[in-house]
Design a protein around this ligand. Structure first.
Ligand code: SF4
Ligand code: SF4
Length: 381
């Protein structure tokens, strides 16, 4: 480099601070959803971070500029120190969100968390019917979740309900919306299954038909106009049925910092499925070095890593080439365009997967679903 050549590091746009810290406190969960995004080999994880270690992670992330903190899992309520973590997060100035199945949320615990400053709770249901809810979670938890929903209202939290959609419950979408209205939900997230983790293993069983999706979308639109502002409904069509990919995580290591139960730092929930990347651990490396300097977090930042067709595409700064994990899972190369994109040479494979799932659903009896259980995870390991 001569004197007139600018240092390439100075030409790179500055790295923005992480805004959203997701603390996956534990992979333990009393439920067994077949669409769970936790890693399928979660049983092999190292020990969970201690309370003190989580305090350190939160303090460091807050110093970097993170403003929002989600407590999730697994089921975060299985951590006895959740109230302490909530209290510390509030002391540090985070806006806090508890993402829960509701199992284990007693009035005493909710009271303590309210007092500790918890801002927001997102409760998940598997379906509007007891039968399907309990079948999909492989537990008898529907009535318990109903009680939890009432408790959340009683403590005057805004009610945010999340229901993951797939071929088993898409036809119930109208009833799910009615249930949410009866519960006093302010914000309903109808999240079509993302095919990562256990969802990828069960993709063939969970994939809806296009007709189911169109029908569900029509029901949602009709009910939206009837309900008006009483409840906001988010309904996102699964990306396998789209022509363009989602702007995954708003770009790799752009706003999101996830910490797995064992302290592994991740730029997205599923990133550990990518081969050849060593993700740093907060036990060994500071959060600042992880975010700004680690190879893993810089790997797919920006767009310099892109290949054709993304590298020459005018949309590359809008969707960031889609999802790296999906590109790897479906094409074997994480640097390829997400094959959901119609410009990807592998886009036909996505269509083939959808068609294959629909054919087998019609022609064969439903293949066995693999529930998220420790025993199944051990088998996969
Ligand atoms: S998706 Fe189901 S099994 Fe997975 S963490 Fe959430 S409640 Fe537990
Ligand atoms: S080619 Fe790449 S950047 Fe362009 S729209 Fe498709 S995924 Fe996005």
């Amino acid at each position: 480099m001569n004197d007139s050549t600018p240092d390439p590091a100075l030409l790179r746009p500055p790295i923005p601070a992480p805004l959203w810290l997701l603390a996956e406190l534990t992979y333990r969960c009393p439920l067994h959803c077949p669409f769970c995004y936790n890693p399928v080999d979660y049983v092999k994880e190292r020990a969970e971070l201690t309370t003190r270690q989580w305090f350190g992670v939160m303090r460091q992330a807050r110093q970097l500029g993170a403003a929002q903190l989600g407590f999730s899992g697994g089921e975060p309520l299985l951590r006895d120190d959740l109230e302490q973590l909530v209290g510390e997060a509030r002391r540090l100035g985070f806006y806090t969100n508890l993402i829960t199945s509701g199992i284990g949320l007693t009035e005493a615990r909710l009271g303590r968390m309210k007092e500790g400053g918890l801002d927001h709770i997102q409760l998940s249901f598997q379906d509007s019917t007891r039968e399907m809810n309990d079948f999909l979670s492989s537990t008898k938890t529907f009535d318990l979740k109903m009680r939890t929903a009432r408790l959340i209202k009683q403590y005057e939290y805004p009610m945010v309900l999340n229901v993951v959609l797939h071929r088993f419950n898409l036809d119930h979408v109208g009833r799910i919306i009615e249930m949410a209205l009866e519960m006093g939900v302010e914000y309903l997230e109808l999240a079509n299954t993302q095919y990562y983790g256990w969802g990828l293993v069960n993709r063939e069983q969970l994939m809806p038909t296009r007709e189911q999706l169109l029908q569900a979308e029509a029901v949602v639109n009709e009910m939206r106009s009837r309900i008006g502002n009483r409840m906001r409904i988010l309904f996102v069509v699964p990306d396998y049925f789209e022509q363009r990919p989602k702007a995954c995580m708003n770009g790799w290591a752009s706003v999101f910092l996830g910490i797995a139960p064992d302290g592994t730092a991740l730029p997205c929930h599923a990133a550990r499925s990518l081969p050849g990347i060593t993700f740093p651990n907060v036990r060994d490396v500071s959060v600042k070095d992880i975010w700004y300097a680690s190879g893993a977090f810089n790997r797919y930042r920006g767009n310099a890593w892109m290949k054709a067709p993304c590298s020459g595409c005018p949309e590359k700064d809008k969707d960031f080439g889609g999802c790296r994990c999906q590109a790897y899972a479906m094409t074997g190369d994480a640097e390829n365009a997400d094959p959901v994109c119609a410009k990807s040479p592998q886009h036909g494979d996505v269509h083939a997967i959808v068609m294959h799932a629909q054919r087998t659903q019609k022609e064969q009896p439903l293949r066995t679903i693999l529930f998220r259980t420790d025993a199944n995870s051990r088998k996969i390991v």
